[in-house]
Design a protein around this ligand. Structure first.
Ligand SMILES: C[S@@+](CC[C@H](N)C(=O)[O-])C[C@H]1O[C@@H](n2cnc3c(N)ncnc32)[C@H](O)[C@@H]1O
Length: 294
């Protein structure tokens, strides 16, 4: 069955040319192992056609005749750029603004008031948020709009920062540009649309206003990394709809690393099909797919 996450991102996956070759078992297993070892993404047999479609585009771009040639290339050039290109093609970047909207109302009604109160008690004004697996920017910009709506004119009194990371440099480049076709914004309420975006009639896209864009820092970061290089703990982490691609072991390790990266009382938001029960030693279950660091 085709998972919703596997629907190609409109900006990413061009149709592949029909005469390109099949992906043999041997080549599929080689690529699956590489992708799992380097990015944590599990490509089961059910994903073979999807992988084939996505990598046909790589063959086309690299002028290669078949997957044997691509495999040899991967074996000989396992450098950062080659792996980044592979990640750009293999990852699923499906996302949209205010996805799982109950998370954003909970953020505004419960989480931000609590976090603001905590920092007032600590006598500082630094609010730190991390959107891990931010794809093409819709999620971090939705978080930022929620923050700005909540604080209103008082927003500038806070030293609020949002770090948005992803493994796909292609997704990050789109996110940094912050330009979205009108069809991707058709369900956004007009207050958000006119308050946070500018319309470009000729190009027919909306661009995130710079006052919103400059509040988000985009960086490449692989969630498989053992070391999380953050100097200070976060108040809130969003990591949604990416753990479904990882195996149980990787998910467990990641959740423990998120626990270490949050300060006590901080919140973790995961995707609705990524809840991890109610008995984690470091987290209190708050509501579906939301946890609070103990
Ligand atoms: C389906 S999108 C989810 C986007 C957004 N979080 C949401 O919920 O709408 C999954 C994202 O995870 C990223 N990703 C996959 N494996 C990753 C890894 N090992 N480290 C960091 N990001 C990864 C992909 O590049 C993709 O942009």
């Amino acid at each position: 069955m085709k998972h919703i996450e596997d629907i190609p991102h409109p900006e990413f996956h061009q149709p592949s040319s029909p005469e390109l070759p099949e992906l043999s078992d041997e080549n599929f297993y080689f690529i699956s192992k590489l992708v799992r070892d380097k990015f944590g993404i599990v490509l089961t047999e059910a994903k073979r056609t999807l992988v084939m479609g996505r990598l046909h585009n790589v063959l086309h771009e690299m002028n290669m005749t078949g997957f044997d040639e691509y495999r040899t290339y991967l074996q000989e050039h396992c450098d950062t750029q080659t792996l980044a290109d592979l990640a750009n093609h293999i990852t699923t970047n499906h996302t949209f603004f205010f996805r799982e909207p109950e998370h954003f109302s909970f953020l505004s009604k419960v989480v931000l008031p609590k976090i603001a109160e905590y920092h007032q008690q600590m006598k500082n004004h630094d609010i730190r948020i991390w959107c891990a697996a931010s794809s093409s920017g819709e999620e971090p910009y939705s978080i930022m709009m929620t923050m700005m709506d909540y604080f209103g004119p008082r927003y500038n009194e806070w030293d609020a920062g949002l770090l948005a990371t992803d493994i796909s440099t292609k997704a990050l480049a789109l996110a940094e540009k912050g330009e979205y076709h009108e069809s991707t914004l058709q369900h956004m309420n007009t207050t958000h649309l006119h308050g946070y975006f500018d319309w470009f009639e000729e190009e027919k896209f909306w661009r995130v206003k710079s006052m919103l864009r400059r509040e988000v820092t985009f960086r490449r970061f692989n969630l498989l990394n053992n070391y999380f290089p953050f100097k200070k703990p976060f108040d809130i982490i969003f990591c949604r709809n990416v753990m479904i691609y990882f195996d149980n072991e990787m998910r467990k390790r990641l959740i423990n690393k998120f626990a270490a990266a949050l300060h006590p009382g901080g919140y973790l938001f995961v995707g609705h099909c990524e809840s991890f029960g109610r008995s984690h030693p470091a987290f209190e279950y708050v509501m579906p797919a939301v946890y609070r660091r103990l």
